[in-house]
Design a protein around this ligand. Sequence first.
Ligand code: HEM
Length: 184
Amino acid sequence: MDSRLVTITAGASGSWRIDSDTAIRGPGLAPAAGLTVMAGDVLADTVVAWSLRGIASHPRYASRAQLDDLARRQPSLGRPTATRAALILIRKSATWWAMGQDERLAALGPASRHAEIGTRYLPAIARRLLHCRDLSAAEPFDFLTWFEFAPEDGPAFDRLCTELRATSEWEHVEREVDIRLRRD
Ligand code: HEM
C-alpha cells in the first residue's frame, strides 16, 4: 500500500470479517459484516455502511530513542500469521486540541507512558496510525488506529487496550469505537 491516504469501508462484505463492534465511549457506527482497507481516497461504488479516511503522517511525540526502538522491534503489517486485527477509532476532546504541543507531549509521554506501554507488546502487535483531523472539519474521528496480531496474541492485545484506557491520556478521549476483525 503506497499511498499515505487510506480509505476504510465497511459493508456486507470485505477483506476482513467483523467479529465485534463496540462503542467504548460515545456513539457507535452502523452495523456491518465486513471491512476493506484501500489505498487512496476511494469513493465506494457499492452501498456501504460507513467509510472513513485517514492519512499516515510524521511522528509528533516519539523521541529519537523511541523511534529507534520502534524501528527495531515493530513488525510489518500483513504477516500471514496475523489473522486477527483491530480498528480502533478515536476522537479527542476540544481541550486536548487547544493544548500547547508541550502539554500534549507531557500528557502522552511522562504522564501516560503511551509508547512505553505499547512497546512492551512488540513484536506481537503490528500497528498503523492514521490521522483524520486535517482532512476536513467533518471527519468524525481524529485517529484511525489499526493493529494486526495472531489469534493467540488476542488476550495480550486486550490487556494493552485496558492499560492504555486507564492512563490520563484517555481522559481526553471523547469518542472511541473498537472493531475486531479476522481473515482466513
Ligand atoms: C501496539 C503497541 C503500541 C505502540 C508501540 C504504540 C505507540 C505509539 C506511539 C509511539 C505514538 C506516538 C506517535 C507520534 O509520535 O506521533 C502513538 C500514538 C497513538 N496511539 Fe499508540 N501505540 C500502541 C498501541 C495503541 C493502541 C492499542 C491504541 C488504541 C487503543 C493506540 C492509539 C494511539 C493514538 C490514538 C495515537 C495518537 C495520539 C495523539 O497524537 O494524540 N495506540 N502510539
